[in-house]
Design a protein around this ligand. Structure first.
Ligand code: KIV
Ligand code: ZN
Length: 514
């Protein structure tokens, strides 16, 4: 009989917590819809007490996502749990995830609590959470550096209070595969072996072992893996969802009796959607979703793959929803073909988002000889996230070159009113940014500016990411356009919209972390 490994996706909570990965409501909703298509079992949508923005995001996702369990994070305090319960009030399948640290290091230096106090907190918190929903997860933060005897006691208390999932986080990315497997085995043996409680694992990648540790835990009986798309997360990141899922699928000989509910062809669209939303590109050699993951460069490899793909390919690009870089659509393609292509790419958008994306596709197809899947994904990501923006970019006109002093005129809709400004700069991008800064009256600093070509060739769609910072809040904006100056303007405006959104929804400073 095959056991299901639940995939608990924390891209929108632990992932979003990492610097520069913050998303606003519309972006989180788009990601949540994609996670639902992907078939994850649980979406951890946020940490409701951290900020009003987080609360609203959890609530909106709980309202909209009906087919997947939606979870909110809470510390053990009553206020945290009540806020989480309120955010999940209308969820079809809610889960409260409550946690407290259990290692002596954390008890002594962070919590300043005794073991008995921690046990009492766990009992109170889980019972209070059960007052809101039947599905309660308890996590022992820093479990891998905790005393095993105390950890067993903590989990027994959580179970007795009504927890249905017990999570064993490797919070600091410290454990090793064999050691972690032994820990999971010991916990399973010592904690009510007859009960149907699920043991979960949550690994960080500080030593590059998050995926290996999670897989070792699965072999030792863990039945929930907590992970993120592209492995984003605190510090070095979390377990990468795509790597765990594809390892289990590809090595049936080893993981034969377990499987996930993941629709693997939705993996690549999820990866692309996330990286273009947060403006953090995936490293080219990243397993599964990196640009080079299926690129065979060496002649001997190419020869082998041409003769039989199995020689050097352990899985197909199609199995994760990647198509080859062929021309897919062009300027003669209509609405119907565009919609079909979106469906194949897992980008199920409708209404205003569809119309906006289609107009941008036609504009691009007019300018560019070939339109690739990656271009379409960038267009959609760009269109989906711009619905509630304060600033909207209009025309950009540039004068630049060997003899001209770089000059930019920018038209921008600010709070519904079209305004124009002209500025000089050291280069054309600088001139455009100065004009935008004047129109938006921003006080932010530009920290990073990065240009990528989304697809190859002279007519490549350029994707620009910028990092801006105001009063300690760092956000990343991105923009895609065949003209790199326009892409830069879009990226800057996107970042300023994000800052403005953070200001209006939860003040400027970084949300309360854990
Ligand atoms: O890393 C960690 O311990 C966490 C917990 C909240 C599960 O993110
Ligand atoms: Zn974590």
């Amino acid at each position: 009989m095959t056991d299901t490994i639940r995939i608990f996706d924390t891209t929108l909570r632990d992932g979003e917590q990492s610097p520069g990965c913050s998303m606003h409501l519309a972006e989180k909703l788009a990601l949540a819809r994609q996670l639902e298509r992907l078939g994850v079992d649980v979406i951890e949508a946020g940490f409701p007490i951290a900020s009003d923005g987080d609360f609203e995001a959890v609530r909106a996702i709980a309202d909209e996502v009906r087919g997947t369990r939606v979870c909110g994070l809470a510390r053990t305090g009553a206020d945290d749990i009540d806020r989480c319960g309120a955010a999940l009030e209308r969820a079809a399948s809610p889960r409260i995830h409550t946690f407290i640290a259990t290692s002596d290091i954390h008890l002594e230096h962070k919590l300043r609590m005794s073991r008995d106090q921690v046990l009492a907190e766990v009992d109170r918190a889980v019972r209070r959470a059960r007052g809101y929903c039947d599905d309660v997860e308890f996590s022992a933060e820093d479990a891998t550096r905790s005393d095993l005897g105390f950890l067993v006691q903590v989990f027994q208390v959580a179970l007795g209070a009504g927890a249905t999932t017990l999570n064993v986080p490797d919070t600091v990315g410290y454990t090793q595969p064999g050691e972690y497997a032994r820990l999971i085995g010991a916990l399973r043996e010592q904690i009510d072996p007859g009960s149907d409680v699920v043991f979960a694992v949550h690994c960080h990648d500080d030593l590059g072992l998050a995926v290996a540790n999670s897989l070792a835990a699965v072999q030792a009986g863990a039945r929930q893996v907590e992970c993120t798309v592209n492995g984003i997360g605190e510090r070095a990141g979390n377990t990468s969802m795509e790597e765990v899922v594809m390892a289990i699928k590809t090595r049936r000989d080893i993981f034969g009796d377990v499987d996930t509910n993941i629709q693997t062809t939705e993996i690549y669209p999820a990866s692309r959607l996330l990286s273009s939303t947060i403006g953090v590109p995936v490293q080219p050699n990243k397993a599964i979703v990196g640009d080079n993951a299926f690129a065979h460069e060496a002649g001997i490899h190419q020869d082998g793959v041409l003769k039989a793909a199995i020689t050097y390919e352990i899985m197909t690009p199609q199995s994760i929803g990647r198509s080859s870089n062929e021309l897919v659509l062009g300027k003669h393609s209509g609405r119907h073909a565009f919609r079909e292509r979106l469906q194949e790419l897992g980008l199920g958008i409708e209404g205003e988002e569809f119309e906006k994306s289609f107009r941008r596709f036609k504009d691009l197809a007019d300018k560019k000889k070939t339109v690739y899947n990656e271009d379409i994904e960038a267009i959609v990501a760009d269109s989906v996230i711009q619905l509630d923006d304060r600033f909207e970019l209009g025309e950009v006109t540039i004068l630049a070159g060997t003899f001209a002093k770089p000059t930019a005129t920018v038209a921008l809709v600010v709070d519904g009113e079209m305004q124009k400004a002209t500025a000089l700069g050291i280069g054309p991008v600088d001139a455009v940014f100065k004009a935008i800064a004047e129109l938006t009256e921003t006080k932010s600093d530009l920290l990073r500016f990065q240009v990528n070509a989304i697809t190859g060739g002279m007519d490549a769609l350029g994707e620009v990411s910028v990092t801006v910072c105001e009063d300690g809040r760092r956000v990343i904006g991105h923009g895609a356009h065949p003209d790199i100056i326009v892409a830069s303007a879009k990226a800057y405006v996107h970042a300023l919209n994000k800052l403005s959104w953070h200001k209006s929804s939860h003040g400027l400073s970084e949300p309360k972390g854990i």
